[in-house]
Structure formats: C-alpha cells, structure tokens
Design a protein around this ligand. Structure first.
Ligand SMILES: Nc1ncnc2c1ncn2[C@@H]1O[C@@H]2COP(=O)(O)O[C@H]2[C@H]1O
Length: 254
C-alpha cells in the first residue's frame, strides 16, 4: 500500500504539518494538515475522510478544504466518516454556522460539499476494495483508530492514544504490514502522557508485547517537536522492531 503523509506532527510549528494520511489519493485519515500540504489539484481528488477524533489538530483543515472546493466551483461531495460522538462534535462545534459555515447543508442538503457518515466501531465498511474498521482508542475524548485491509495487506492507524494494554481487542491477532502509531512525549513525561491520552516510547513497547505478531514496520507519528531528539533516542532502545519516525510530507510504502 502507498500512503502520502501530509502531516505527522503533534504540534503546529513552521515546517511541520498536523496529522493527515492520504491513501491512494482518495481516502484521507485525519484532516489536520491538508490544505497547506497538498496541491489544489490533488485536494480535488479526495473523496473520503476518516476522522479519529474531534481534537482540532485532527480536523482543522476540513473547513478550509470545503471552502477551496466550493469557491473554486470544483465542488463535489466529500464523505466524512467517524463514530457518532466525533461527528456530533464536528457538527456542533466546528461546522455550526458560527465558527465556520455548515458545509453539510451548503449549497443545499442534497448537494452539500460535505456529508457526515456515521460508522460503528468494529463494523467494517468497504471503499474501493479497502476494508476499513474503527477500533476504540484511549484518549481524553471519544477516539478511534482505523484498521485498513486489502488483498492480504493490512495497516492500522491509531490517531491519538494512551496505553491500551490488552484491550487492543481483535487487533492483537492481526498480521500488520504497518502500524502507524503515535509517540507524543518522552519517557520522562510519562505521567502527562497518560493523563492526556498519549504514548511515550516505553509505553508503546509495553503495549506491543500484547501483540501476537510484530508489525512488519512501525511508523511513529504525532511527536511533539520539542522532544523529537529525546524520543528518537528512546525508540532506539527497541532494535527488534523496524521503526521509522515520520518526518512530515513524504510517501510511505509497505
Ligand atoms: N493537563 C495538561 N497539561 C499540559 N498539556 C496538556 C494538558 N491537557 C492537554 N494538554 C495539551 O493539549 C493538547 C491537545 O491535543 P493533544 O492531545 O495532541 O495534546 C495535548 C497536550 O499537548
């Protein structure tokens, strides 16, 4: 599979972009950093957006993408998928005609630029041959990660999560070609990580012990850039895993 990483940073700073992962040009996971990373031509190719949770750093560019599409007259509908609580937060707090126009009813309900599609946890949906399943994560707000499977290949994207230990549920038995997982903070900030629903390197590897199969590749995302060097050092303590720290806008294949 091929993913264009549009953003993989845990903080917004010059040269960094917030979480957004584009699969096969059409299916986006999280929408923190679309419009500053992707050409307008390629923004028009997005058809589906899966949101892990409604924190701003994962949804911020939905409004700007919708605006680009409608004002350019290139408008077509984009479907935004997540669990009920996440979609409710987006509708109530973001696309509410106050913070931003509600593009789920503009230009009208039938032809709206954005369509909200509720999905159920652990109930897969099929898009272009990709089977996509949401699993509950451990964050401070309702949050899911997504398992994506096609032609015997599989990856899992966590969004934000604290430790899950053995509640990774059915994922513990999966053979993953790639795990895109967050490590936001260094080990010395373990307490804050747990309080705010995040991982450190040590917490990540404690959780990985519960997996039946080692993921073939582990891509680390959502690092808070102030701690990047420290986290890089801490991840080196686990040489048994093939780990790549995501840099920003790049293509990953597995
Ligand atoms: N109690 C806290 N102390 C310090 N930072 C916090 C606290 N709660 C939330 N945050 C920060 O707010 C951010 C919200 O988005 P994140 O979960 O990515 O990361 C969170 C932390 O960086």
């Amino acid at each position: 599979m091929r993913i264009k990483v549009l953003g993989a940073s845990g903080s917004d700073l010059p040269g960094y972009h917030l979480s957004s992962f584009l699969l096969n040009n059409k299916i986006l996971f999280d929408a923190g950093g679309i419009t500053g990373s992707l050409s307008f031509r390629n923004q028009q190719k997005i058809e589906h957006i899966f949101i892990t949770h409604a924190h701003l750093d994962h949804i911020r560019d939905i409004p700007f993408l919708a605006d680009n599409l409608i004002v350019s007259g290139k408008g077509k509908s984009i479907k935004i998928y997540s669990i009920k609580e996440v979609l409710e937060d987006i509708k109530k707090h973001l696309l509410n005609h106050r913070l931003w126009p509600d593009f789920t009813v503009i230009p009208d309900v039938q032809n709206s630029i954005l369509k909200l599609e509720m999905i159920q946890e652990e109930n897969p949906i099929l898009i272009d041959g990709y089977k996509i399943t949401a699993y509950r994560m451990n964050h401070t707000v309702p949050s899911v990660g997504y398992l994506v499977e096609k032609d015997g290949q599989a990856f899992f994207y966590t969004g934000d999560t604290g430790p899950l230990k053995n509640s990774w549920k059915k994922l513990l038995d999966k053979k993953l070609n790639a795990l895109i997982i967050e490590v936001s903070l260094p080990d010395k900030m373990k307490e804050l990580a747990i309080k705010t629903g995040h991982l450190t390197a040590e917490l990540l590897f404690e959780d990985l012990k519960f997996f039946k199969y080692k993921p073939e590749k582990i891509f680390i995302t959502h690092i808070k850039p102030f701690y990047r060097k420290q986290i890089e050092k801490e991840l080196k303590k686990f040489p048994d895993y093939r780990i790549k720290i995501l840099q920003g806008v790049e293509i990953i294949k597995f």
